[in-house]
Design a protein around this ligand. Structure first.
Ligand SMILES: *Cc1c(COP(=O)(O)O)cnc(C)c1O
Length: 427
């Protein structure tokens, strides 16, 4: 956008800019394909000589408008939507890594990310070293190898709620000549802009707060344009040497700051095809319009609930960055001064059994796998999302076996607390 609008304004006004007589609201381009007048013109599109739409597996105008909005919210130079957050993580890493390469991964990342990097991508020949994000710099430095291509971490870890010291991670990644990729799903660009602190690439599961209504699965990758791939051509040959599958185009030469996203679109999306449906992108855009309002309420409610739980006699511990007692309180104040997210975790004095008993007694808060939408919900990670991990892996991932993950919604907080109260009374 030409003007430097505030985020609330970007959420409403950015993306779709109708010309005279066009629909006011972003249209759903529900079309797999696009028509051209000459065969010559179509040929130029395939050569990436001209930009334009030709097939929705690669790009679609509805998706691009929504990606542009998220790009602006993050302060990036280019962005793309993917079919899910998982696809965003996969593409973000695979775009710069191939068999024989290595990734440094924060241990507290989302369970799906952990599996993807440590199991599935390992089968593809990409190794990873898992690090404790709170470890001292010397220890983190030791995780790097000659074939390391990126560092991956989360701004606020799901569900451990570890707040990343983004500046520290960016400094370490850059000292090893590799980019820092951060998953900014929980903080959202409303509460934190990791590019300001040195991150190079951002991923999102748009399924969470961005969509906000638990309606559509989706993901997004945003590039800051700041990482100088061309300075390390041996490390990033995919970006810095000719792409045989595109008639010898070299992405960094031809697309400059848009090299990374252009490669992810024209190569990975072309070949792997995890595109977001335009229908889902439309729903995501509706969610984005109210994101700042909802995030503010999520944080307000979650703070009240965390304070309530912390004072309750049956509660053993509460983890929420806004609490003064929290280990990450200072980091959260630095990186997300307006609030962190709506997710809290806590444990009961009765342990693992009490956790599932209490969850069964909740009436308003539903037991669902989802997190970070308008409705309050709960989950027991050790029995659900992180079921495949043993106790040792759980603790390494910051997931205590007795942890209840409570995603505080935007209902009236009095009702949310009353529901917790009646459930706690019954155990
Ligand atoms: C949910 C989630 C993902 C995966 O996203 P999907 O849209 O479910 O594929 C990745 N990272 C974080 C932090 C998440 O919460």
């Amino acid at each position: 956008m030409s003007k430097n609008y505030e985020k609330e304004t970007i959420c409403i006004q950015s993306g779709w800019k109708p010309k005279n007589g066009e629909p006011r609201v972003l249209p759903i381009y529900q079309s797999t394909t696009f028509k051209y007048d000459s065969s010559e013109q179509m040929g130029r599109l395939f050569d990436l000589e001209e930009s334009g739409y030709f097939y929705t597996r690669l790009q679609n105008p509805t998706n691009d408008c929504v990606a542009a909005k998220i790009c602006e919210l993050e302060g990036g130079v280019a962005a793309m939507l993917t079919s899910s957050g998982q696809a965003a993580t996969y593409y973000a890493v695979f775009n710069i890594c191939e068999a024989g390469d290595h990734v440094v991964l924060s241990s507290t990342v989302y369970g799906g990310t952990y599996n993807l990097l440590t199991c599935t991508m390992k089968k593809m020949g990409i190794e990873c070293t898992v690090v404790d994000p709170d470890a001292p710099e010397e220890e983190l430095n030791r995780a790097f190898k000659d074939n390391t291509k990126c560092v991956f971490a989360e701004t606020i870890a799901n569900p451990a709620l570890v707040v990343l010291d983004i500046e520290k991670f960016a400094r370490i990644a850059h000292s090893h000549n590799v980019p820092l990729i951060v998953d900014n799903t929980f903080a959202t660009p409303i509460n934190c802009n990791p590019f300001k602190w040195g991150a190079d690439i951002i991923t999102h599961s748009t399924t969470k707060y961005m969509d906000g209504h638990a309606m559509s699965v989706g993901g997004c990758i945003v590039d800051s344009g700041n990482f100088d791939w061309a300075a390390y051509p041996d490390k990033f040959p995919g970006l810095c040497t000719p792409d045989e599958s595109y008639h010898g185009i070299t992405y960094t030469e031809k697309f400059g700051k848009a090299a990374y996203i252009t490669k992810a679109t024209s190569q990975l999306m072309r070949d792997l095809g995890s595109i977001q449906s335009p229908q889902n992108a439309f729903l995501l855009n509706v969610g984005l319009e109210t994101l700042p309002l909802r995030v503010e309420r999520h944080c307000y409610n979650a703070t009240k609930v965390a304070e309530y739980l912390e004072a309750h006699e049956k509660v053993a511990w509460v983890n929420y960055p806004a609490l003064k007692s929290n280990k990450y309180h200072e980091l959260a104040k630095k990186y997300m001064p307006n609030g962190s997210c709506g997710v809290i975790s806590f444990g009961l004095k009765g342990g693992r059994q009490a956790a599932s008993d209490m969850m069964d007694k909740l009436e308003l808060a539903a037991i669902v796998t989802h997190v970070a939408d308008a409705r309050t919900c709960v989950l027991h990670p050790a029995s659900h999302t992180h079921r495949q991990m043993n106790d040792e892996q759980l603790i390494e991932a910051g997931v205590a076996p007795d942890m209840i993950r409570l995603s505080v919604g935007i209902e009236n907080v009095k009702d949310i607390i009353a529901d917790l109260e009646q459930a706690l009374e019954k155990i």
